[in-house]
Design a binder for this molecule. Sequence first.
Ligand SMILES: [Zn+2]
Length: 312
Amino acid sequence: MTSTPATLSRRSFLATAATLTGCSLPGLSRGNWIDAHVHVWTPDVQKYPLARGYAVSDMRPPSFTPEQLFAHCKPEGVNRIVLIQMSYYQQDNRYMLDVMRTHPGVFSGVAIVDQHAEGLADTMRNLVKQGVRGFRINAGKEKNLSEWIGSAGMATLWRTAADLKVSVCPLINPDTLPLIDKMCEWYPDTSVVIDHFARLGMAGAPKADEVKNLLRLARHAKTHVKASAFYALGAKKAPYLDMGPLIRQVRDVFGPQRVMWASDCPFQVDPGHNYHNSIALIRDRLDFLSEQDKAWMLRGTADKVFFSSASV
Ligand SMILES: [Zn+2]
């Protein structure tokens, strides 16, 4: 619904008044947004070699540094970013950690660890000391998903994440949602952030039971969803309004305090797409989102999950 002066709620009236007078209400001031999912990499493969199996020709674009990111995100009022360790480097998180160190207060990080390695809990603790607030798990190349999710290493990862008060961040397709639901049942104290709506709608329209499986995760208090990667989902065409119904369902069922917007740069700025159209979908184009919803989805949720202190 569009707000007209006659239908303005007290809350949106106050937000509008704050904008007009230039004073800020906590949580409702516009700008100062957080992008909860960006990858960076450098063409300097001497200093930061690619993992086995990756070649320089795989790096597309050839470079995506913080400076290249800032050129896209700062004009849109985004000044904090959650970095997601790039697959090219696998478990060598050094480039991401160096970027975080070079720009204090700007970045949080989600690292990749080898869940089968000795000393996994110590490795995770050490990364958290350096500002990491999440650990990415990727179902991508796993052949047996239940074996993967039920492995001893995964148990340590989920338990340690809970101990450290950081998140597990699954990159999965909808078929893995029931397994994640099981893990959330076994590890109710572990915070979980699902990437890109579990990629619902990446390969054609999402099926009703897949949507149901995503929404079912809301029964676990510590689950969150990233409303992100619009370039890759649904019609895959700006202004991405076809994503509206899914965003609305996720907002309704999880509540805005458990939903966070993210661009998934640099892929969101591939030809045919741009940064503005990603943030604008949440910020400007969906009438059912209140100012309070946007404050959570564009800042508050990611702030709480990725920029709060951990327990090390
Ligand atoms: Zn990504």
